[in-house]
Design a protein around this ligand. Structure first.
Ligand SMILES: [Ca+2]
Ligand SMILES: [Ca+2]
Ligand SMILES: [Ca+2]
Length: 399
C-alpha cells in the first residue's frame, strides 16, 4: 500500500509542479501539448458519450463495495493511464507464461496476467515456479480510434512474413481466435478461423472493446456481460460494470484525439524526418495509414500519421522476455506508434521510460535496443553524424 501512496504523492507533486510552472508562464498550456480531449466535430450526443466515458475512465475508482477484485492490480483505469499519456513504470503490469509458443500452460487464475494485489482475506497471485514473465508499462491512449479503423487488407499489405523484398524486415499480424463476444468488423479478414489482433504491445487485443473488457476483468477484477468470469474463482458473477458503461469507455477511447505534431515546418525537424525515412525507421514506424468508414465524422476515411504498422516484429535477444501472447513469439513486439513520443515525459514524471517495459530512459537508448528486424536500421543510426542525430531527435521529439 505504501508504494501506491508514495506513487500517488509523487504524481500529485509532479503534476502540481507541472501545472503551476505552466501558470507562471505567460501562455496557457498549448493545445498541442494536451492529450485528453476529443476529436473535432463530435455531435452533441457524441460529446456527452465522450464525457461519460472520460468520467468512467479517469474518475471512477473501484472498491470492495462496487466489485473490485478479489484479485486485482489497480483500482481505476486512470491510475495507470494518467492524463491518457504513457504510464510510469510504477504502474507496470506483469504477465507470465513459458518460452515456447505451444500455448500458455499457466492459465489458471484468469490467464497470464499477474494479479499482485488482493482484498483483505485473499492471497495475491504469485508467479509460479518455471514460468517466464514480461513487464508492460501503460501506453498512451491517444488516437486509438484511428488505429482501430485501419482495414485488415491495409495491414496485410505491409506484412512480409517471408521477407520477400529482402530488407531484413518481415512483420506479421497477430492472428488469434476471436473471443466469444466479439464480432468481426466489415473490413476483417480471417484465416483458418483466426483474425488479426492489433492492440496491446504484443497485439493480443482485437479491438478497443476487447482491450477494455480485459482491463476491467484482469486489471481490476470487474466482471461484465462480456467477460462474466471472476479471475480467482473462475465462476460467473453478475456484471459489476454495465454494458452501457463499457460502451461509453470504448467510445471515449475511440474518440480521444491524436497528438498533434509540434513545429512540423521547422527545417531541422524536416531534415530529421528525411533521415528517419532514409535509415529505414519508417519501414516499421509507418508515417501514414488510413481509416475506413465511421459514424464519427472526424474518424471517417482519414489519412493520419501514427508511425506504426501495427505488426509484430522480432526485435532480437535483448528485447526477448521469453513470454508469448497469441501468435506473438517471445522476441516479437508490435511497432509502437511514435505520435505523442515527445510528450511522453509529461505523464512519466518528467523523463522518458520507453519500450514495452520502460527500460529505455531516452529516445536514443530506445533506438540502441533495436535488434533483430530492427538491427540494420539501428546500425545506420549509429553511423550518422552528430548533427544528423540531433535533427533526427528533434523530429522524434516533435511527434
Ligand atoms: Ca469483482
Ligand atoms: Ca492471473
Ligand atoms: Ca521485408
Amino acid at each position: 500500500m505504501k508504494k501506491y501512496f508514495v506513487l500517488g504523492l509523487f504524481l500529485f507533486i509532479s503534476s502540481f509542479l507541472y501545472y503551476s510552472c505552466k501558470k507562471i508562464m505567460p501562455v496557457a498550456p498549448k493545445t498541442d501539448e494536451v492529450l485528453d480531449g476529443p476529436v473535432e466535430d463530435l455531435n452533441a450526443a457524441q460529446k456527452i458519450q465522450f464525457l461519460k466515458g472520460d468520467a468512467e475512465f479517469n474518475d471512477k475508482v473501484f472498491t470492495s463495495e462496487n466489485g473490485l477484485g478479489p484479485l486485482f492490480v489497480a483500482t481505476s483505469c486512470g491510475s495507470c493511464h494518467a492524463g491518457d499519456g504513457k504510464g510510469h513504470p510504477f504502474t507496470t503490469l506483469t504477465r507470465f507464461g513459458q518460452k515456447d509458443s505451444t500455448g500458455n500452460k499457466f492459465m489458471d487464475k484468469g490467464g497470464p496476467q499477474l494479479q499482485n494485489r488482493a482484498l483483505p482475506g485473499y492471497t495475491p497471485e504469485k508467479i509460479p515456479g518455471g514460468a517466464s514473465s514480461a513487464k508492460f508499462t501503460p501506453p498512451a491512449n491517444t488516437g486509438l480510434g484511428f488505429l482501430e479503423l485501419v482495414s485488415d487488407s491495409d495491414l496485410l499489405s505491409m506484412a512480409d512474413p517471408e521477407d520477400l523484398d529482402g530488407d531484413g524486415i518481415s512483420g506479421v499480424p497477430n492472428w488469434k481466435v476471436l473471443a466469444s463476444y466479439l464480432t468481426p468488423g466489415p473490413n476483417s479478414i480471417s484465416r483458418n478461423g483466426k483474425y488479426i489482433h492489433r492492440f496491446g504491445k504484443k497485439a493480443a487485443a482485437f479491438s478497443l472493446l476487447h482491450q477494455t473488457v480485459n482491463a476491467y476483468n484482469q486489471d481490476m477484477g470487474i466482471t461484465s456481460f462480456f467477460e462474466p468470469k471472476d479471475v480467482l474463482s473462475g465462476l460467473v458473477i453478475d456484471p459489476e460494470v454495465s454494458t452501457h458503461t463499457v460502451n461509453n469507455v470504448v467510445f471515449y477511447l475511440q474518440t480521444l484525439k491524436a497528438p498533434l505534431q509540434r513545429d512540423p515546418q521547422n527545417s531541422e525537424v524536416q531534415n530529421g524526418k528525411n533521415i528517419f525515412i532514409s535509415i529505414g525507421c519508417e519501414n516499421c514506424h509507418r508515417e501514414s495509414l488510413k481509416t475506413g468508414n465511421s459514424t464519427v465524422a472526424a474518424l471517417s476515411n482519414k489519412v493520419f500519421h501514427p508511425y506504426t504498422d501495427l505488426l509484430l516484429h522480432d526485435m532480437g535477444n535483448d528485447l526477448d522476455d521469453s513470454y508469448t501472447e497469441g501468435n506473438a513469439k517471445t522476441g516479437e513486439w508490435r511497432t509502437p506508434p511514435l505520435w505523442g513520443l515527445g510528450l511522453s515525459p509529461i505523464s512519466q514524471g518528467g523523463q522518458f521510460f520507453l519500450l514495452h517495459d520502460g527500460r529505455a530512459k531516452s529516445i536514443k537508448e530506445a533506438i540502441l535496443f533495436h535488434g533483430g528486424e530492427g538491427k540494420k536500421s539501428k546500425e545506420k543510426f549509429q553511423s550518422l553524424s552528430q548533427s544528423e542525430i540531433n535533427d533526427l531527435l528533434r523530429f522524434l521529439n516533435s511527434l
